[in-house]
Design a protein around this ligand. Structure first.
Ligand SMILES: CSC[C@H]1O[C@H](OP(=O)(O)O)[C@H](O)[C@@H]1O
Length: 353
């Protein structure tokens, strides 16, 4: 697949040093800095501060995190090891509430642990490492599959609007919403991508515009309030976004502002595709109303990303990190198993048959 993209591994295991090596996404696009994380607090902080971000990348970081913090356990029996494991899992699970991949990956690690209940502690630790590596490897394959399926509904030369960053560094490989862009590059689709800057943390400006530009993709950075005009001027033929949690009825939680983009797209008759790994579909959450929306610190709105304050210190702010796009606004949910219409709730459940 896409040889046009330099895939930077945003999360990798440094087993020899009992550490995770993490691309610090808060430093992009100006600096490509890597962090070495060794403790559960280090990993928690990296997830909370969005040094690692993007649902799949968060899950991979949590999986490796729980491995590195338990690999040197001196527990003499399973129960003692399990207590250490559970403590680390609870800590990591408290970092961010919306992206289901965090909990999905941690639950997968626990399921593997329980499968190895009768093994020796060293065998259990080896199994946890293998499970974390498998989670990462599977996500690489998922990105490629989503890219292929997405191209089934996109035409060469189309204008594609995307919001936030669902690219290489948010996943283990090509991204989700950006996977078809990279695959399309390789196949000469010549997409024209319009990237919303995505306030307040500017993942679109700092990350999407950066990675697509690096890959030689035709990308135009726009302010969030310009989505309507580019749609009205017929520059956009499809909207492609990632997601952090898709409820059983197809409602999708994604970066704040996505639902507004979907409402605009509906007005202009433009299809909206949510690119969703199966690991981001949560059948245990009935509807979007049941998805916990993370509220983040006010300084992210006022000052965090600017050298000067962007608003009077005393002004109140409200900083929900995500919003929910109603399934009625979504044309299709593109998964590694194919594209489903969210109009029938059973469609998503059938993917898991
Ligand atoms: C491939 S998942 C990308 C998804 O995650 C982002 O949220 P955050 O930057 O807060 O981790 C955003 O919602 C993206 O669509």
């Amino acid at each position: 697949m896409a040889d046009h993209v330099t895939v930077i591994e945003s999360v990798k295991l440094d087993d020899a040093n009992d550490a995770i090596i993490l691309l610090d996404q808060t430093k992009l696009p100006n600096k490509k800095e890597f962090l070495q994380l060794k403790t559960v607090d280090d990993v928690w902080d990296a997830i909370y501060q969005l040094k690692v971000r993007g649902a799949p990348a968060i899950g991979i970081a949590a999986a490796y995190g729980i491995y590195i913090v338990t690999k040197n356990s001196t527990a003499s029996d399973f129960e003692a090891f399990y207590q250490e494991f559970k403590k680390a899992k609870e800590k990591l699970a408290s970092s961010r509430p919306t992206a289901v991949n965090l909990f999905w990956a941690l639950d997968r690690m626990e399921a593997r642990l329980m499968k190895e209940k009768e093994a020796t502690i060293s065998e259990i630790i080896r199994a946890l490492k293998n499970e974390a590596n498998l989670i990462k490897k599977e996500d690489q394959e998922v990105c490629e599959a989503i890219g292929r399926h997405a191209l089934e509904v996109l035409e060469p030369g189309w204008g594609i609007l995307t919001h936030c960053n669902a690219g290489t560094i948010a996943t283990a490989k090509y991204g989700t919403a950006l996977a078809p862009i990279y695959l399309g590059e390789e196949k000469g689709y010549d997409f024209k991508v319009f990237a919303d800057e995505t306030r307040p943390l500017l993942q679109g400006a700092r990350l999407t515009a950066w990675e697509l530009n690096e890959a030689g993709v035709d990308v135009t950075l726009i302010c969030d309030n310009m989505a309507s005009i580019v749609m009205s001027q017929k520059k956009i033929q499809a909207v492609l976004v990632g997601c952090d949690r898709v409820a059983a009825n197809g409602d999708a939680a994604n970066k704040i502002g996505t639902s507004g983009v979907a409402i605009l797209a509906k007005h202009y008759g433009i299809p909206v595709y949510v690119c969703a790994p199966m690991s981001t579909i949560d059948l245990n959450t009935e509807t979007g109303n049941d998805i916990e929306i993370e509220l983040r610190p006010e300084e992210e709105i006022k000052t965090k990303w600017y050298s000067e304050s962007m608003a009077p210190e005393q002004v109140k702010t409200y900083n929900p990190a995500f919003d929910v796009t109603d399934h009625t606004l979504i044309t299709g949910i593109i998964t590694e198993k194919g594209i489903v219409s969210p109009s029938y709730k059973e469609n998503l459940a059938k993917l898991f048959d």
